[in-house]
Design a protein around this ligand. Structure first.
Ligand SMILES: [Fe+2]
Ligand SMILES: [Fe+2]
Length: 144
């Protein structure tokens, strides 16, 4: 179902916030993937690079939807990235925090889709993937 002008404006703003979050995720995961050292490096780099791809897919879906709705996709990323030396556990904990924030955002926004089922499905698809990312990170951090 088509969204009215007011609903459309609101959803474009929300999608742009999501887009910024996903683009920050691409940068963060890629940056972190350069900073993994030690014998366990290979599988972790692979996991982080898969997250880059998933964030990129989400960003692409969001950007395409924004333009489909007549909006203009943001290219702004407010998050700041500095070269730091972090432990693998810190990287995973930081990732988990960001994934949880992203999931909460999408869960909050799903109702903005109203009766627009395609939009709702897009949110559901992303929500399922974010939940999977969270579960995977929790398993990586689990010690027993
Ligand atoms: Fe995402
Ligand atoms: Fe994610």
């Amino acid at each position: 179902m088509e969204l009215d002008a007011k609903a459309r404006k609101k959803i474009i703003e929300a999608l742009n916030r999501d887009l910024e979050h996903e683009m920050a995720g691409i940068i963060r995961y890629l940056h972190h993937s350069f900073l993994v050292f030690g014998t366990g490096r290979v599988p972790l780099v692979q996991i982080l690079r898969e997250q880059v791809q998933d964030s990129m897919n989400h960003a692409t879906m969001l950007g395409e939807k924004i333009t489909a709705l007549g909006g203009y996709p943001t290219a702004t990323v407010h998050e700041e990235f500095r070269p730091t030396s972090k432990s693998i556990e810190e990287i995973l904990r930081e990732s988990l925090r960001h994934e949880k924030e992203a999931l909460a955002g999408y869960e909050d926004q799903i109702d903005l889709a109203g009766k627009n089922l395609a939009l709702r499905e897009m949110f559901k698809h992303i929500i399922l993937e974010e939940q999977t990312h969270i579960e995977e990170l929790e398993k990586l951090l689990r010690t027993v």
